[in-house]
Design a protein around this ligand. Structure first.
Ligand code: 4NP
Length: 142
């Protein structure tokens, strides 16, 4: 089982999802952004700091862009919001049936997206939701 977390920039939400999930699960993970703006960069400083206050450490991650090959390389692709899902689906190869879901589908919450803390500046709110969805995902794929 290989899970790919996807957001827009791959410096806030999806690396956090990966960092939290790899702490609670042995499932193989990666993350990517649908945009290429931050390729090669570590996660966003304020995001790493908020996560580090909760004991998560994922400064080793580097941003990369989501590609159509990811549909073949992963068993499950998880987007952080509806626009991520749209951008992911636009690259789906003909005949590919890899499941693509919203992270909030696993959170037993009314939220339908992980709000982007790069804009909201609510890094702790994003982490609260990411932790909740990560636990739900773990239960689902166990
Ligand atoms: P992310 O947040 O998609 O959660 O990584 C963003 C980070 C940077 C930008 C947009 C979203 N940006 O426009 O640079």
């Amino acid at each position: 089982m290989k899970v790919l977390f996807v957001c827009l920039g791959n410096i806030c939400r999806s690396p956090s999802a990966e960092g939290v999930f790899r702490e609670i699960s042995d499932v193989e993970t990666d993350s990517a952004g649908t945009a290429g703006w931050h390729v090669g960069k570590p996660p966003y400083g304020p995001m790493l700091e908020a996560a580090s206050r909760r004991g998560y450490e994922f400064s080793d991650l580097r941003a990369r862009q989501f590609t159509e090959r990811d549909f073949n390389d992963f068993d499950l692709i998880i987007g952080m919001d509806a626009s991520n899902i749209e951008n992911i689906e636009a690259l789906r190869p003909d005949g590919n049936e890899t499941p693509v879901h919203l992270f909030t589908d696993y959170g037993a919450t009314d939220m339908t997206e992980v709000p982007d803390p790069y804009y909201t500046r609510d890094f702790d709110g994003a982490l609260d939701l990411i932790e909740r969805c990560a636990e739900g995902l773990k239960t689902t794929i166990r």
